[in-house]
Design a protein. Sequence first.
Length: 472
Amino acid sequence: MTADQSDNNPYTRGLAEFISGLRYEVIPAEVVARVKLLILDGFGCGIFGALPEHSRILVKTLAAFDQSTTCGVWGTRQRLSAPHAALANGSMVQAFELDDGHSLGSVHISCGALPAIMAVAESRPGLSGITGKSFITAAVAACETAPRVGMCMGEGFSRQGWHSGALSVFSGVAAAAVALQLSPGKTLHALGIAGTQAAGLMAAQYGSMVKRMHAGRGAQSGVYAAFLAEADYTGIVTLFESEYGGFCTTYSGTSAGSGERFNRDALTQGLGQDFETLRTSLKFYASAASTHTALDALSQIRSRRPFDADAVEKITVHACHGVVTHVGWKYEPRGLTSAQMNLPFCMATLLLEGDVFIEQFNAAAVNDPRRMALAGKVDVIEEPAITAKGRASRYEVLVQVRLKDGTQLQETAYAARGSAKQFATEAEVVAKFEKLASRVLPLAQVAELRDAVLNLEKQPALSRLAQLLILH
């Protein structure tokens, strides 16, 4: 009996069989429609993501020792090898805190999936079957795989200090495996190769550029895993089942007296029937997802009773333990990442600037004395009742504002604009995409790329799509 025929890996094998067996024809129409919007949003984020300094440093460094011209780096004229292009493009999708996310799975998906698909398509231009429908199928496979791994791992994953980027390998490998049309057996090995490469530390959120690269490494690792598995390289076939050194036991582990902190059943429960693609959210603030409900609540308060920043005496945000830990720390100006990951700073930005989007974050903003002073008036404290509700309510907040004239205002928000519970309209997604992509590409090219993605199922090949993603 070979490793991939054994019965001791039902979860890893179950995921592999789903990924390998997924076909465009069985994907519900509403899932196809939704994933096209997710793809469009991801491309917009990646193209705009070519602009920040950390992206330019990464691409320049990779180009210094990579002379390949196989794959395009989005929003640039640079071309790199497939793995390096996946690394660069994935990092750029995550470059400005604007990309999608799955709240229960605590994972960003497009940053791992889209660069991996394009890396396969551009490195194998003659590979039959890589059509627009194949792209959609690969993206759905990623949207179904990575969140389930995140849901399996539970809150212990992030509490131990692992960043969501460590889960991006699963969107990358699922997408690449579908694009390469790997068999169930080879997809099983691809998962095992990808899983052992997973990494990313939460400490990166306090001011380093490397946080962006977590996502790029997920895309790159997925590409490596799929190509290696195709060539009969073997991986850990009991990736999720192994008690010693397996993904679940290593990354979430156990806690004394409480047993396992992960749930393997979440890996395969509802596969092919209950689509996590429809629970994936989009961002309309350029900040950590954990800041968004509080920002929405503050906007609601000001819409009912307008006031300016100078009128504020104190703002208190009541949130779950995870939000407090993730974004509620005392702000220190350590770079753009720290600004976008800090709730007090983002609340101050909204009060002073009226929005928290691309125009609000630049090198000067990080040390803005007005924002820093106002951020000092914002407290983020744990509300045990919200924590007790679990991950499904992780973004619920109660925002209380006390003005200098004694006025007390408050608002509770349960889900942010763009979240799965309040998903954006097609017009809103298109507007965001156009705003981002037009900062880099000519308007005519932006329009053609938009139409190509919205009609992706009609594309006979991805060659034109690849051309639309780069500068000429």
